[in-house]
Design a binder for this molecule. Structure first.
Ligand code: HEM
Length: 83
């Protein structure tokens, strides 16, 4: 799984860089934030602006409406029972 990304199930309310067993970059581990609607929106706007050394290659979504939709989707799906 390390080649894709951390499991986002339960990401709301989780400390950045804390999914058990996932080999995060030092920059994501050092973020020192908890994921919520505001921080996830900022992350998706441009991961590298928040963590320059991130391993997440996705460059982000420019359109604010797209980000709102995505964060809403994550909120609904990430509160499902973790697998
Ligand atoms: C729009 C869809 C995406 C969302 C909402 C998203 C969200 C996130 C979030 C919130 C984190 C931090 C998780 C944590 O702290 O536990 C993360 C990390 C990561 N994501 Fe994504 N991601 C997306 C797309 C992608 C894609 C397409 C890839 C790869 C092809 C990817 C690869 C990664 C990697 C490798 C990390 C770890 C980053 C690091 O340790 O520096 N993500 N993603």
């Amino acid at each position: 799984m390390a080649t894709v990304g951390p499991n986002l199930c339960g990401v709301f309310g989780r400390r950045a860089g804390s999914a058990p067993g996932y080999p995060y970059s030092a920059d994501v581990r050092a973020l020192g934030i908890t994921w919520d609607a505001e921080t996830l929106n900022r992350w998706i706007a441009g991961p590298r602006a928040m963590a320059p050394g991130t391993h997440m290659t996705f460059i982000g979504l420019e359109n604010p409406k797209d980000r709102t939709d995505l964060v809403a989707y994550l909120k609904v799906t990430s509160t499902a029972v973790p697998n």
